[in-house]
Design a protein around this ligand. Structure first.
Ligand code: ASP
Length: 328
């Protein structure tokens, strides 16, 4: 009897640990012609460090019991400040040498979403997107209107020069002097950042932030701020953030297509993400990739380019950081 009582007490003690649901997160820093021979050791180290820092930051937030939405914002803030990636500081330049950024975020629990497009000087465009979701009745604000909204909500602004790195100035000069050569050398042609996460309550979120495509016509908006194309989250299926040639991701509504294949066609996350990236988009001639997560915390990160900057912390705590194709 005494033993039985002791056993019951031990079981009750263990219950909270057993009931604790797993959390997981994945991030990307863009896909493209990313080959070891195009990379300097310093640049590779800086990229791996930033990925490591961002994925751990997001995971810390999840481990503390905070919502997936907060985790994706926390991870993206790190990547927006890292000059190696095409988002926030270090964003690519338009054909007139300016920085115009897009961002979006989606809550898989409610299907609430927020986005900003063609914004300048906002240090963390992802914060602006999040505020559009939580503090306005709208889903997307653009240009001056989005900037005025961000200012009104006390978001940080920086001088335009703060965003522009020498690397991006040289990249634009190379593209504008020889478009053909630049297409080949531009490992950072696609290098948007994104994050997807599953929190302790079983909720999913996705977020994406970008400077768009190098040498884009000013005023051009890609897939990243478009809900369904570059970002999508639905607790019933998955959360997705994309990177790649935005025009194609818009036409094929890439992120939403993956979630629909999971929810309506019964494909696994891996099958769905692979079908859209390696069949639909590849056949259409589009370069790119996605990170995706399902309600069990299964993560899929397919890409049809040479590489994709990516990192994940899986439900079992396994940390994965990779750049090239054959790294696992
Ligand atoms: N998808 C982004 C765009 O087209 C570019 C990228 O992923 O780097 O704006």
């Amino acid at each position: 009897m005494k033993n039985l009582l002791l056993g019951a007490l031990m079981l009750i003690g263990a219950l909270p640990a057993m009931a604790e649901k797993p959390v997981a997160i994945a991030i990307h820093g863009g896909a493209g012609t990313i080959l070891p021979e195009n990379m300097t050791p310093e640049r590779e180290r800086a990229i791996r460090e930033a990925l490591d820092q961002a994925v751990r930051r997001g995971h810390e937030v999840l481990s503390g019991g905070a919502p997936a939405l907060e985790a994706v914002i926390a991870a993206i803030r790190v990547l927006e400040d890292a000059p190696e990636f095409n988002a926030g500081r270090g964003a690519v330049l338009t054909n007139t040498g300016t920085v115009e950024m897009d961002a979006s975020i989606m809550d898989g629990r409610t299907l609430d979403a927020g986005a900003v497009a063609s914004v300048k000087r906002i240090r963390h465009p992802i914060e602006a997107a999040s505020r559009v979701m939580t503090d306005s009745p709208h889903v997307m604000l653009i240009g001056e209107g989005a900037m005025s909204f961000a200012e009104g909500h006390g978001l940080a602004f920086m001088d335009e020069d703060w965003f522009i790195t020498d690397f991006r100035r040289e990249q634009l000069a190379a593209i504008q002097s020889d478009e053909q050569a630049a297409m080949q050398l531009s490992e950072d042609w696609y290098s948007t950042v994104g994050a997807v996460a599953l929190d302790r309550d079983g909720n999913l979120a996705a977020a994406t932030s970008t400077g768009g495509m190098a040498n884009k016509r000013w005023g051009r908006v890609g897939d990243s701020p478009i809900i369904g194309a570059g970002t999508y989250a639905d607790n019933r299926a998955c959360a997705v953030s994309a990177t790649g040639h935005g025009e194609f991701f818009i036409r094929h509504v890439a992120a939403h297509s993956i979630c629909s294949l999971v929810r309506l066609a019964g494909l696994s996350l891996e099958q769905a993400a692979d079908r859209v990236i390696n069949e639909t988009l590849r056949e259409a001639g589009a370069d790119g990739g996605v990170i995706a997560i399902d309600p069990e915390g299964r993560i899929s990160m397919p890409f049809n380019t040479a590489g994709m900057y990516r990192a994940a912390i899986h439900p079992d705590g396994r940390v994965e950081i990779a750049i090239y194709r054959d790294e696992e």
